[in-house]
Design a protein around this ligand. Structure first.
Ligand SMILES: [Zn+2]
Ligand SMILES: [Zn+2]
Length: 354
């Protein structure tokens, strides 16, 4: 028998089969591709809606609503919320408030979707299919909860995605509904979920963060830039998550273009000190960051996390010891100075004599 990791799920952490029916139904509807075939126009709509809605999630739900990484007016703010809501990932306030909570407690016991704490499946989809996080954490999103239109959209969050599905059916028939809504939405869900699961498991860790976040170019391509997740966990409030020219970040490029037209403004960027912070790391810290993660089950990842943390603690202890040694030397010098013969006149007196 496999060891349950790390404890058996509590009642509210079990999959709620009844409320999860829509989730599984959307997946099953994808099987109709075998019946309707793959018309180029349907596949193009599928890809197009994946990109547009992923953008609504990354630029809108994530960078704007969760992290306030740039500024915009009330109309474009609503457009961002609406496009993001078309991806059927619950309400905008729900999404952003839970995401802020994830950053506050990432990979700690309170984290809502940590693969380290509760394994891969939980971090990927289990956490949204249980009853544990149904409610919007309003206390965590007061800044946007003062807009009634956002509160309305958060409450009726299915409206945009249902409207989209209906429109696709009337425009392109059943085949466009299957490809443009069901296949596209399923891909979109799992694309988004990889950031909570795979981005904390596969990839490189450039920065010391208190979690297991990683930079992964493939996930960054699939999620329009969100795969630079270690950068993001190191400094959350930047409009770009790819910080170097080779870190492709399509969401940021789009925001940059929108800023030329003054649709958005005040894009926040990382300082040079933040970007190059890794240059100051010790060899031990680098080695700890480079260690691979064993990802099946939470225990491998946790062992690595403990190792990274231990290296950090050791470095801190060494610097404390050095500081203590310095303090001792200073103390010894002061004591020695107190015991110096007092026969010689103080320097000030010598100065006066001249
Ligand atoms: Zn994360
Ligand atoms: Zn974030």
């Amino acid at each position: 028998m496999q060891t349950p990791s790390p404890a058996l799920p509590a009642a509210d952490e079990r999959l709620n089969w009844l409320s999860s029916i829509p989730f599984f139904a959307v997946h099953l509807m994808c099987l109709f591709v075998f019946a309707v075939g793959a018309k180029p126009v349907d596949v193009a709509v599928c890809v197009g809606l994946y990109v547009v809605r992923m953008w609504g999630i990354t630029a809108g739900f994530h960078r704007y609503f969760s992290h306030r990484a740039f500024k915009t007016g009330r109309v474009f703010q609503f457009i961002l919320a609406f496009v993001g809501s078309m991806s059927a990932q619950k309400g905008v306030l729900w999404w952003a408030a839970h995401h802020r909570h994830h950053h506050r407690y990432s990979d700690q016991a309170e984290d809502i979707h940590s693969p380290l704490q509760k394994g891969f499946w939980w971090s990927h989809a289990g956490w949204i299919l249980s009853d544990k996080y149904n409610d919007t954490r309003m206390e965590g999103i007061k800044d946007f909860a003062r807009f009634p239109e956002l509160v309305w959209l958060n409450r009726f969050h299915l409206v945009p995605s249902v409207l989209l599905a209906v429109a696709l059916y009337f425009i392109g028939g059943f085949s466009m509904l299957v490809w443009g809504f069901f296949v596209s939405t399923t891909l979109l869900w799992h694309g988004t979920f990889t950031i909570n699961s795979l981005s904390h498991i596969f990839g490189k860790r450039r920065y010391k963060t208190t979690d297991t976040s990683r930079n992964n170019w493939l996930l960054a391509l699939l999620t329009l830039g969100e795969g630079w997740h270690n950068n993001h966990h190191f400094h959350q409030n930047t409009a770009n998550q790819g910080w170097f020219w080779w870190e492709v970040d399509l969401s940021y490029y789009s925001l940059k273009v929108l800023s030329w037209f003054k649709v958005v403004e005040g894009l926040r960027l990382p300082s040079e000190a933040t970007k190059f912070a890794f240059q100051k790391y010790t060899d031990e810290e680098r080695a700890a960051l480079a260690a691979p993660t064993r990802f099946w089950g939470a225990s491998g990842a946790r062992a690595q996390f403990v190792a990274t943390k231990a290296a950090g603690d050791a470095a801190r202890a060494a610097s404390d010891a050095a500081k203590a040694a310095g303090d001792k030397v200073r103390e010894a010098l002061t004591t020695a100075a107190d015991h110096l013969p007092t026969s010689a006149p103080p320097p000030s007196a010598m100065l006066k004599r001249r």
